[in-house]
Design a protein. Structure first.
Length: 209
């Protein structure tokens, strides 16, 4: 990954504007289609290059946002289309019975939308979350809006963080690692608070009965 990023930093100043736009759009799409692709660190690098004037910032961030939104919605809607055949598969139902599917579907419809927003900031998890949400039948306009807004926010956070750090690759890598750790910790805390709240609520109901 480091070698790939280094090559991009050395060669991107030779790209025409349309080449930068196309590269950024494809990179953003690969983030969803092929999660191991280093799209997040690449966006940090592009922010660092933009602040030094090596590339035009709008030519990087705008196609990146469009690519992220497009590919995220694509994964979500495709998984919705293929969800029912997957869940009806006899082998799937052996390990994931119909009753469990109904329960999971209820939880997904109730809590899936906030999960989409949280997972957007967890590298490698976002695509899985989008796919599961679609397969389990999460519908309506709100989930799509959450995907769009969280995609825009996530891209802007990385881009402007890159601009703030500047063209300093070790510092950009360090920020990426720390940001991922902090995002995971926050996600775990949110899940833990939710579990404690649900447990206390059930316990309170039992005491009242």
């Amino acid at each position: 990954m480091n070698e790939f990023i280094n090559n991009i930093m050395m060669r991107i100043h030779d790209f025409p504007v349309w080449g930068i736009i196309l590269f950024c759009f494809i990179s953003a799409c690969l983030q969803q289609i092929f999660p191991p692709y280093p799209s997040d660190i690449l966006l940090l690098v592009l922010g660092g290059l933009a602040v030094t004037g090596i590339i035009a910032g709008p030519a990087a961030i705008i196609p990146y946002i469009i690519g992220t939104v497009f590919s995220s919605l694509l994964v979500f809607y495709i998984s919705r289309k293929i969800g029912k055949p997957i869940l009806k598969n006899k082998y799937v139902r052996k390990v994931f019975p119909k009753r469990n599917q109904r329960v999971a579907g209820l939880y997904m419809r109730k809590y899936g939308t906030p999960a989409l927003a949280i997972c957007k900031f967890l590298p490698g998890v976002n695509t899985v979350c989008l796919f599961i949400a679609g397969v389990m039948g999460l519908k309506g306009l709100v989930p799509s809006l959450v995907i769009v807004v969280s995609s825009i926010v996530q891209n802007l956070v990385y881009y402007f963080a890159g601009k703030a750090i500047g063209n300093n690759l070790p510092s950009l890598y360090n920020f990426s690692e720390r940001f991922t750790i902090v995002a995971v910790i926050i996600a775990v805390l949110i899940i833990a608070i939710f579990i404690v709240f649900k447990f206390r609520r059930k316990l309170f109901r039992r005491v009242r009965i």
